[in-house]
Design a protein around this ligand. Structure first.
Ligand code: TV1
Ligand code: CA
Ligand code: ZN
Length: 393
């Protein structure tokens, strides 16, 4: 009888906290938490909430944050006074502790709450996968992949992904972490560097000294010593400006398909940073909503339980388009999404900024020159397949 309610579909859960979206990094800061409000409004307008289990997530506890982060760092994060003016070159003397209070990671009002809500949604999503109440659990408020044990970095303060994966490791032997944010997933890679129970794969723009964070070269595959369990369990896919849907899709399927065969993960953790889309304020790629979403679809097709996290994404209307489309993919209703954004969608004016007919699948951004040759992409796939010869379970 239950098949009638959910015909062959997956059980999808959506984890969000509307309080998170009220926080501000500062006027000019690229990270805009209200992109989550925009995403939720599209998801709701398309009627997708009826096809998912929806949860308002709690805030993570100090003890939960402490499972990865150092106590002195958390104490400072909880007590450091907010600064009304972001600090910069005009005010160089003031000490920056734990990289908190610079321009990338400002100390804003309610910072600790914002961080615990992001972490709470990712932990709730991971727990739903652990107790097998969801096949796919979505936490768009998470995905903050740069945060370190004792350091904020690149708009990230608490590494909710690491916390989520630690939770998954309590119930599953092997976790495959995949990161399609335009930046290198350095914090997650570092946290699981010495274990063979987590394999990390990041696709990113790579240009040391020029593009943040500058790590994640093709030869960075984990500890160099074969005696270290983590050897060969980090995969990096360094890319140049302007990569297209077609190239990215080919790379993603060649690399993730083969990684899945060798590593045989019990669960997937997918970071869906939307700054890899064309037209992103900080990004450099030419991906469209379809190409970005194809990665989610491919992971889903592997038939393994999955947690989906957000991440970067600095052109809010495009972030909302992509994450709403990917929510539809998770549910399995992407073909039923009409082209035109529903007229009754609140915030609809944000989507008619640049077109008369605002569609979810419109072409985003000015195309950039594509600096990725097919020859180089083939070399990357060859290198990854060689690494995977050392990985087997
Ligand atoms: C305030 C106001 C902060 C305007 C930061 C772009 C700003 C940036 C701002 C910015 C900006 C970065 C660096 C240089 C490290 C610094 C969520 C040596 C117009 C996951 C984080 C990128 C990406 C950090 C996060 C990067 C994520 N780029 N305007 N800051 N210093 N920081 O390059 O992966 O998406 O740009
Ligand atoms: Ca990445
Ligand atoms: Zn990013």
């Amino acid at each position: 009888e239950y098949d009638i309610v959910r015909p062959k579909g997956k059980t999808v859960s959506f984890h969000a906290n509307p309080e998170m979206e009220k926080h501000h990094f500062g006027q000019t800061h690229p990270m805009k938490p209200w992109r989550l409000t925009l995403t939720k409004s599209l998801v709701t307008s398309y009627g997708m909430t009826f096809a998912m289990d929806n949860y308002t997530t709690r805030t993570a506890t100090y003890e939960e944050l402490n499972s990865f982060h150092a106590s002195d760092y958390l104490d400072y994060l909880a007590t450091a006074p907010p600064e009304d003016q972001p600090r910069d070159v005009d005010n160089p003397d003031k000490e920056v502790k734990f990289n908190l209070g610079g321009s990338d990671c400002p100390l804003f009002h309610g910072l600790y709450d914002y961080c615990s809500m992001s972490a709470g949604s990712s932990l709730d999503a991971a727990r739903k996968i652990c107790n097998q109440q969801s096949d796919i659990a979505i936490a768009w408020g998470g995905g903050l992949h740069h945060a370190k044990r004792s350091e904020a970095s690149g708009f990230c303060y608490i590494n909710d992904i690491v916390l989520g994966i630690l939770q998954l490791l309590r119930c599953y032997p092997r976790v495959l972490y995949i990161d399609i944010d335009v930046h290198h997933g350095d914090g997650v890679e570092e946290a699981f560097f010495s274990t063979d129970r987590v394999m990390t794969v990041s696709f990113h723009k790579y240009q040391p000294e020029v593009f943040f964070p500058g790590t994640g070269g093709l030869d960075d595959n984990g500890p160099k010593s074969e005696h270290n369990q983590g050897a060969h369990h980090a995969i990096n896919v360094p890319l140049n400006d302007g990569i297209t849907d077609e190239q990215y899709g080919w790379l993603f399927e060649s690399i993730i398909g083969k990684t899945n065969e060798s590593f045989r993960p019990s669960v997937i953790a997918l970071q869906c940073g939307a700054d890899s889309l064309a037209g992103d304020r900080l990004g450099r790629f030419n991906l469209q909503v379809q190409g970005h979403g194809a990665c989610v679809n491919f992971c889903k097709s592997l038939g393994i339980p999955m947690v989906i996290f957000g991440g970067g994404g600095y052109t809010p209307r495009n972030v909302a388009r992509a994450w709403a489309y990917e929510t539809a993919i998770a549910i399995g209703c992407q073909s039923k999404i009409p082209e035109v954004i529903p007229a009754h969608a609140p915030w609809r004016e944000h989507f008619i900024h640049d077109t008369i007919f605002p569609t979810l699948e419109q072409i985003l951004g000015e195309p950039r020159a594509n600096r990725n040759t097919q020859k180089r992409l083939q070399e990357i796939v060859m290198h990854v397949h060689e690494q995977l010869r050392f990985v087997g379970h």
